[in-house]
Design a binder for this molecule. Structure first.
Ligand code: UDP
Length: 327
């Protein structure tokens, strides 16, 4: 039986990863400091004999007893609002936390996959973004704490591969959505759906001409799984190339939810990338992977999930663990 350590296990992506490895019959060790993660996302796994959970901050020394076959390092705040609120933790988890995970992988002779991001391309001047593009990042802008930490993470991971022959994988994740996203994390999809459910106007930042390309979570998880098991040790983009402007996206959410609210415009945040679309040629060639779920299908499932949340979830500003951490 393979043993898999997943950091950020209580988060949106981490929790879906826990699910698939448990389903495959692996022993899964989840780790999370619960700043932005939520135990609700993995509550259903606690009774499972192959699942265990450590409440731990991976930016400090990590000890895991026994053997490990795979490490998936997914711990990090990942929404602009989160990393603006907790910039130092964001920097630490992808630098110190990654160093700890690489060291652990080395000690256990485990293969490690680190979660990188389209943010390493910054405000891109190449469109769509392929893996050979080096990016256009402002290190001292508000997003620098996330972008540079993730760029450092990639550099550190490649150094461990080159110097210690560690088996490493790097996934560059583009905008992803689906059940278990936090309703209050500030990202555009939960923001719009939350606003529709509360009967508020939808806040489009800037004129809404900026683009994003949204990938449904099940597709992303499948791509990550394939990358982990592949022999390819350079970065791979995983995302859905179906690009849309944020204004068009707001219209789709208005139609989906049937809200009678309208779009209002707010100031565009500093450093907000003007466009983003993955070039997934590499994932197609190497992993024989491409997304299967279109936005209409994915949004419906995601909307049903958000509708199933309580009124309390809908109105609270932050989930309890975030508040508790900063008390
Ligand atoms: N956005 C928006 N209204 C919101 C939240 C976000 O118009 O209430 C925009 C944001 O300016 C960005 C896009 O939606 O251009 C995607 O933002 P998100 O925070 O989801 O992620 P990003 O791709 O910027 O990391």
């Amino acid at each position: 039986m393979k043993t898999v350590l997943i950091t950020g296990a209580a988060g949106f992506l981490g929790s879906h990863l826990c699910d698939i490895f448990i389903k495959e019959g692996c022993a899964v060790i989840g780790m999370d400091n619960l700043i932005t993660g939520d135990l609700k996302n993995i509550e259903h796994l606690f009774a499972h004999p192959n699942f265990s959970f450590y409440h731990h901050d991976v930016s400090t020394f990590v000890h895991v007893p026994g053997k490990l076959d795979y490490i998936l390092h997914f711990a990090s705040p990942a929404s602009p609002i989160d990393y603006l609120k907790i910039p130092i933790q964001t920097l630490k988890v992808s630098s110190l936390g990654t160093h700890n995970m690489l060291g652990l992988a080395r000690a256990k002779k485990a293969r490690i996959l680190v979660a990188s991001t389209s943010e390493i391309y910054g405000d891109p001047t190449v469109h769509p973004q392929n893996e050979e593009y080096w990016g256009n990042v402002n290190p001292v802008g508000p997003r620098g704490v996330y972008d540079e930490a993730k760029r450092f993470q990639e550099a550190m991971t490649m150094a461990y591969q080159r110097i210690h022959n560690l088996e490493t994988r790097i996934v560059r994740i583009f905008n992803t959505y689906g059940p278990r996203m936090r309703l209050n994390d500030g990202r555009v999809l939960p923001a719009f759906i939350g606003q529709a459910l509360r009967g508020e106007d939808l806040t489009v930042f800037g004129d809404g001409s900026q683009t994003r390309s949204f990938c449904y979570v099940d597709d992303l998880i499948e791509g990550i799984h394939r990358l982990l098991l592949s022999d390819y040790d350079r970065p791979v983009n995983i995302g859905n190339p179906d690009e849309i402007t944020i204004l068009e996206f707001a219209d789709e959410i208005i139609k989906l939810t049937g809200t009678s609210q309208k779009v209002i415009h707010k100031e565009l945040p500093e450093g907000d990338p003007a466009m983003r679309q993955p070039d997934i040629t590499k994932a197609k060639d190497i992993l024989d992977w491409e997304p299967k779920v279109n936005r209409q299908q994915g949004l419906k499932v995601t909307y049903d999930y958000f509708k199933s949340l309580t009124r309390d979830d809908l109105y609270k500003k932050e989930h309890k663990s975030f508040d508790a951490y900063f008390r």
